[in-house]
Design a protein around this ligand. Structure first.
Ligand code: SF4
Length: 337
């Protein structure tokens, strides 16, 4: 079980709200989560589940009209909610890095890659000379599988996979402790994706990087993550060791996600398709939010009571699930059975 010194980042009861035409909507609803030093934590869920909103909120970056309305963010013992925007900018420029789906939105199109890297390094390490920063930039891109002469390229001259690696190089240039990678492989073909995922594992081992990998593709998580957290309708519904979750998912939604992944080893015919679609967050269903789609739904419990996100009976704190199949039945509790 993880101790408090193993934890690099803690999210505590975080709620993020959006203003919409239909009123205020909770994009992240009372989420608590720990990320351990040196791990790759996969955060999965369908589009609109709140995972990207959570990732940005952890950097205290605004996502449209989203704003944090309650909760705490603790990074290496520091309460991020108490920092000024300037202090947060410094932290984002040093210890917290983010890799987005489309790196073009983060890279300046009129700046060469070498300028991106050396500027970042010289801001962070002002005692370095230009030559030292340039040599380090070349060394970094080469370590990430890009020929060193390509540092003279502009972002548009590189492929999507190379730009993703440049974003990682920027995080390494800063010696970031935590990298939040939001759908980093969505725009990559499967071969480049596999190489990128291998690279993430190597970097985690070599630089002791901690990585939060946000993806809609649970298959990607299987490739690289140590643990997996599953989000549904703005809430976390399951978290656990990746092998345990993949072998024996506890939440019916996780089970559905896993069954939806193509498996060439199983001659299972048509691909499983989960019934229904995620709820409209402006009026989520009462009780368990997954109940309208759940094959195990219990009429007398699930549409009425919201399940706690807690370890199942008899399990350690490392595993948590929000499903009445794994917690004492509220009616039984009420009558003391
Ligand atoms: Fe299904 Fe009920 Fe569990 Fe929700 S609480 S996932 S509806 S069994």
């Amino acid at each position: 079980m993880a101790t408090s010194s193993d934890i690099l980042y803690s999210v505590r009861n975080l709620t993020v709200e959006y203003e919409t035409r239909h009123g205020v909507v909770k994009g992240v609803d009372d989420v608590s989560l720990d990320i351990r030093r040196g791990e790759i934590l996969g955060l999965v869920g369908e589009s609109g589940s709140g995972k990207s909103t959570l990732g940005k909120a952890m950097m205290r970056l605004r996502n449209g009209s989203a704003r944090i309305t309650s909760g705490e963010l603790w990074f290496d013992g520091q309460n991020l909610m108490e920092l000024s925007e300037r202090q947060m900018r410094d932290l984002r420029g040093s210890r917290l890095g983010m890799v987005f789906q489309d790196p073009m939105t983060s890279l300046n199109p009129v700046q060469r890659i070498v300028e991106h890297l050396t500027e970042t390094m010289l801001t962070h390490e002002p005692e370095w000379t230009e030559e030292e920063a340039r040599a380090r930039a070349e060394e970094l891109v080469e370590r990430l599988g890009i020929r060193r002469e390509r540092v003279k390229d502009y972002p548009h001259q590189m492929s999507g996979g190379m730009r993703q690696r440049v974003m990682i190089a920027l995080a390494l240039a800063l010696n970031c402790d935590l990298v939040i990678a939001d759908e980093p492989t969505t725009s990559l073909d499967v071969i480049v994706e596999a190489k990128f995922l291998d690279l993430l594992k190597e970097l985690r081992d070599e630089f002791n990087l901690t990585i939060l990998l946000i993806t809609h593709n649970i298959g990607v998580v299987a490739e690289v993550a140590d643990r997996v957290a599953v989000m549904y309708a703005a809430k976390l519904v399951e978290i656990g060791d990746v092998n345990q979750v993949f072998e024996k998912p506890l939440h019916p939604y996780t089970e559905g996600l896993l069954k939806s992944v193509p498996n060439i080893e199983l001659d299972s015919g048509a691909l499983y398709k989960m019934e229904g679609s995620p709820p409209d967050l402006s009026s989520p269903p009462p009780g368990c939010r997954f109940h309208p789609r759940c094959p195990y739904m219990m009429e007398e419990v699930c549409p009425i009571y919201d399940p706690p996100f807690a370890p199942p009976e008899g399990a350690s704190e490392d595993t948590r699930v929000a499903c009445w199949l794994h917690h004492p039945h509220p009616q039984k509790v009420a009558i003391g059975a």
